[in-house]
Design a protein around this ligand. Structure first.
Ligand SMILES: [Cu+2]
Length: 118
């Protein structure tokens, strides 16, 4: 009885380590640069919030339309351009270069925002 218990306990530790390694590896594979975050901008009530976001090089910005009317996310300098986003639809862009990226909604050009990439 005692011998069997020791054998199971001895097996448990390596199995636990293997499980932890397996659980950790997909996130490492999915994001090669874990310091590059995903930043969310909410579209609501005809405005982008926050109006300006500052992100590191390599970060992905995801816009989510929480308004009940369609909007777009269009770079003023032609760097990125979303399709028309209906309620709860998203648009993402990954910023590979530092710079200031002003954008607007082509349906309502008074809606503006800025992404600053450092
Ligand atoms: Cu709009």
């Amino acid at each position: 009885m005692t011998k069997k218990y020791v054998w199971i306990a001895g097996l448990a530790a390596p199995v636990m380590i293997a499980v932890l390694l397996l659980a950790a590896s997909p996130s490492v594979a999915a994001n090669a640069n874990p310091s590059a975050p995903v930043v969310e901008v909410t579209i609501d009530n005809f405005s982008f919030g926050p109006h300006s976001v500052t992100v590191p090089v390599g970060a992905t910005v995801t816009w989510i339309n929480r308004d009940d009317i369609p909007h777009t996310v269009v770079s003023t300098d032609g760097v990125f351009k979303s399709k028309v986003r209906d309620t709860d639809e998203k648009f993402s862009y990954t910023f590979a270069k530092a710079g200031t990226y002003p954008y607007f909604c082509s349906v309502h050009p008074k809606m503006t925002g800025t992404v600053v990439v450092q």
